[in-house]
Design a protein around this ligand. Structure first.
Ligand code: MN
Length: 208
């Protein structure tokens, strides 16, 4: 990976980065947390990449509850944000930084609706099967809360956004080809409501 295009930042994007990403048609976004419980496990890192793989890793400090430039970028209605399993990232960004992400796409939902011939929809599977790249998920369960992140963690974090634009474009082409894009977009629109219910503690209102 080209290190010049990867920067680690503290607490927020710089104004220059914000201006740069606001000019993009789309960006990939991912978050690392302390665990999988939104109330308990804080947001530790926010990763962003554009189509040309300019990556920013933003460390979120313990107790930090605002990131104005991330907020401006994520709440902007023009830039499309790509997430893999948006439901988690959108929930954490709302709960921990009070950011309401607008105009986003979920590659996991897209994959489930497009690739009905398989049940493999993890990012690693998509990298391998959709764009032919092997990525390691070895650092997935590591401590993201420390003040120092090691090289393996930084590479892992960057990888989670690095390939997403390419995966998005391939899946989108497939959805269009199969006449399933509209359905995928409708399913993705449900995430806002699911997230609101999740964050209020309603866990099964759609079940019997
Ligand atoms: Mn990740």
């Amino acid at each position: 990976m080209d290190d010049k295009k990867l920067k680690l930042l503290e607490k927020d994007l710089t104004d220059t980065d914000l201006e740069f990403y606001l000019k993009q048609e789309l960006i990939a976004v991912d978050c690392e947390m302390m665990g999988l419980n939104v109330y308990r496990d804080r947001l530790c890192l926010v990763q962003i990449a554009d189509d040309d793989r300019n990556v920013r890793l933003v460390k979120i400090e313990q107790g930090q509850d605002l990131a104005p430039n991330l907020q401006k970028l994520f709440e902007n209605g023009n830039v499309l944000k790509l997430f893999h399993f948006a439901r988690t990232d959108v929930a954490w960004l709302k709960f921990w930084l009070n950011i309401r992400v607008k105009n986003y796409f979920c590659t996991k939902i897209a994959s489930k609706i497009a690739r009905t011939y398989t049940d493999k929809h993890g990012l690693k599977d998509l990298c391998k099967e959709v764009i032919g790249k092997d990525i390691s998920k070895a650092q997935q369960s590591s401590d993201w809360g420390g003040s120092y992140l090691n090289k393996d963690q930084l590479n892992y974090a960057a990888n989670d956004v690095y390939f997403l634009p390419e995966i998005y474009r391939t899946l989108r082409t497939m959805l269009v080809r199969e006449g399933r894009l509209e359905l995928a977009e409708k399913a993705i629109k449900c995430i806002d409501t699911m997230t609101e219910l999740d964050n209020l503690g309603y866990l099964s209102v759609l079940e019997h």
